[in-house]
Design a protein around this ligand. Structure first.
Ligand code: NAI
Length: 328
């Protein structure tokens, strides 16, 4: 039988963790032939709840689940890990300025980066879900200098999936027929969901961008503020859909994106599309052989340029702020 892949989930006792762990253990992330060993990393107050979740995982009798370890120690949590899903983060509380938020999260992601650097497996792949995800990924990567920067990614797949459904509704087609959509920039309200290259049913779909008032006053804000709309309706933030997006992200990263399509992920910029090198920004990406590649050569019109630049400017500000704090 195959050797189990070690998957670490931080914030395992949180609501995304609860929706995520069962999907991973059932094989939906790494495929039906890959056994997984789960590592649940929590803060001390979260350990007991994580133990409860582990009991439920036991009770599922998942054939692929090779074992579960629970810890509040980052070194133990990332020891030999192949896939690290960094979900646990410090949420913004009332009256908190952005600098405070970045600093509080630096206190989590800097030591986690150091631990990954010291003890993770050579092939470690990291997905940061906890917000502010792009800049948390940058902090983690900066503190893991021995791990190639392209192993650190931030999740914009939920935004991507949200946008796919909005487009499918608009076009009146099953969601599976919508391809080549892109989320650019930061996973924040400034993100830019780009429909200029979208194909519907295998053909270009100019109608989607011709109605500028739908595009800019309906579609873009619907996608960018969907998280708030979920909180308003559900009384709690997106959890199952966020977990689903994390599964999609890692599955596509490891197993490859489908032919003729691409997806969106926050990855370290190589300077493509004028995004300053080193920033963790969302791009159109494909994956082959376990590595993301930025889709090249897309024409970027004035409208898209302005929106991308605005979101990237926010990433630059966040990077400058964490630089000043000595986190990167
Ligand atoms: P939650 O509050 O239910 O759970 C967070 C868990 O993280 C808690 O159990 C907490 O004890 C744990 N935690 C805190 N600090 C930790 C540390 N240093 N090490 C290990 N665990 C730690 O939050 P929820 O709903 O699960 O969301 C988690 C994060 O995901 C939030 O930052 C949220 O903003 C973000 N998020 C990101 C999305 C994206 O698209 N990138 C979508 C939805 C949520």
């Amino acid at each position: 039988t195959a050797t189990p892949v070690t998957v670490t989930v931080t914030g395992a006792a949180g609501q995304i963790g609860y929706a995520l762990l069962f999907r991973i253990a059932s094989g939906q992330m790494l495929g039906p032939d890959t056994p997984v060993r789960l590592r649940l990393l929590e803060i001390p107050q979260g350990v007991k709840a994580a133990e409860g979740t582990a009991m439920e995982l036991d009770d599922c009798a998942f054939p692929l689940l090779a074992g579960i370890d629970i810890t509040d120690d980052a070194r133990a949590g990332f020891d030999g890990t192949n896939v690290a899903l960094l979900v646990g983060a410090r949420p913004r509380t009332k009256g908190m300025e952005r600098a405070d938020l970045l600093e509080a999260n630096g206190g989590i992601f800097k030591p986690q980066g150091e631990a990954i650097n010291a003890v993770a497996a050579d092939d470690v792949r990291v997905l940061v879900v906890g917000n502010p995800a792009n800049t948390n990924a940058l902090i983690t990567s900066a503190n893991a200098p021995d791990v190639p920067a392209d192993r650190f990614t931030a999740m914009t797949r939920l935004d991507h999936n949200r946008a796919l459904t909005q487009v499918a509704r608009r076009a009146g087609v099953p969601v599976d027929e919508v391809r080549r959509l892109t989320i650019w920039g930061n996973h924040s309200a400034t993100q830019y969901p780009d429909l200029f290259h979208v194909e519907v049913g295998g053909a270009p779909a100019p109608a989607l961008v011709e109605d500028e008032s739908w595009l800019l006053d309906d579609f873009v804000p619907t996608v960018a503020t969907r998280g708030a709309a979920i909180i308003e309706a559900r009384g709690a933030s997106s959890a199952a859909s966020a977990a689903n997006a994390a599964v999609d992200h890692v599955r596509d990263w490891v197993q490859g994106t489908r032919e003729g399509d691409w997806t969106s992920a926050g990855i370290v910029s190589d300077g493509s599309y004028g995004v300053p090198e080193g920033l963790v920004s969302s791009f159109p990406v494909t994956s082959r052989g376990g590595a993301w590649e930025i889709v090249q050569g897309l024409e970027i019109g004035d409208l898209s340029r302005e929106r991308i630049d605005r979101s990237v400017a926010e990433l630059v500000e966040e990077r400058d702020a964490v630089r000043e704090l000595g986190l990167v």
